[in-house]
Design a protein around this ligand. Structure first.
Ligand SMILES: NC(=O)CCC(=O)C(=O)O
Length: 275
């Protein structure tokens, strides 16, 4: 059963720093702002709890995962914040302990309005990029998740989970099935984001005929990195419903299940698939 009334969702945009406690406080303020405006589902960006001075810092703050009881301050924050506001909270991302003690899983944990874990997604595709002075290699400190899609059912329909660099791999989104909303916590670089972010997000919304909610890091970080921001909600026709270009804040907008139905009815591309 899904509730067909339009409902509000929000993407929080942070400029996270090198201290977990301060980052959680900033995230808490943004979630409270989104909930006060009526958002029923709120997404946080990738690395919302830490943009470390070095890549290894996330290994230092890793937490074991426990679905039954939050096993560390980051999971406790997510569970308590979801329950406090009675919302679905997409906590992307949390550094979870991996078998290799020198690495983490880069994981989105979703908490329901009761504060319990509703879904988990370990980032599958690990970012690598080199150009001039810029160099990123997530595989140095992150273990890739098993290549399988993660979805969960909320009262307003099925939601698919993905993280940042995953956006460049359309086959992951197709494997989610016909979800009504894709959520993508991200920390796109300023260089790659200015070139590719919007076009990739709108392509995923158009080809899957669903909403896309992207919650990003956006600004100049304490660690010297610069991220693109432009957190946004996109509708199934590819229109940008709401966007937060730079700095801390939220992008909030309504999801209308009737628009998903109408888009798929008018242009039945999903039904026309032959492979
Ligand atoms: N953290 C990431 O996955 C960054 C991805 C990115 O910037 C890209 O261009 O892709």
């Amino acid at each position: 059963m899904t509730d067909s009334a339009p409902f509000l969702v929000a993407a929080c945009q942070t400029v996270s720093g090198t201290h977990v406690e301060a980052n959680l406080a900033a995230a808490g303020r943004l979630v409270a702002e989104a909930a006060a405006q009526g958002a029923k589902l709120v997404a946080l960006p990738e690395y919302f709890c830490l943009m470390g001075a070095s890549d290894d810092d996330k290994v230092r703050v890793r937490e074991p995962f426990d679905a039954a009881a939050p096993a560390g301050p980051i999971q406790r924050f997510l569970s308590e914040t979801a329950a406090k506001h009675g919302i679905w909270l997409v906590g992307g991302t949390v550094p979870l302990a991996a078998d290799d003690p020198a690495k983490v899983l880069n994981t989105t944990l979703v908490y329901g309005p009761d504060g319990a874990v509703a879904a988990r997604y370990d980032k599958i595709h690990l970012f690598g990029f080199r150009k001039g002075e810029e160099s990123y290699d997530e595989s140095r400190t992150i273990v890739a998740g098993e290549p399988q899609p993660a979805v969960f059912d909320a009262p307003f329909g099925r939601v698919g989970l993905s993280i940042c660099y995953d956006l460049r791999f359309p086959e992951l989104f197709r494997a989610m099935g016909d979800v009504g909303l894709i959520v993508l916590p991200a920390a796109f670089t300023h260089t790659t984001g200015s070139a590719h972010w919007e076009v990739l997000l709108r392509a995923r919304a158009v080809e899957n005929q669903c909403y896309v909610l992207a919650s990003a890091q956006g600004g100049k970080h304490e660690n010297g990195r610069r991220t693109w921001g432009h957190s946004m909600l996109i509708d199934p026709w590819g229109n940008i419903v709401s966007v937060k270009p730079e700095g801390e804040g939220i992008a909030i907008g309504a999801i209308d299940l009737k628009l998903i139905e109408a888009t798929r009815g008018n242009l039945p591309a999903l039904r026309h698939r032959r492979m």
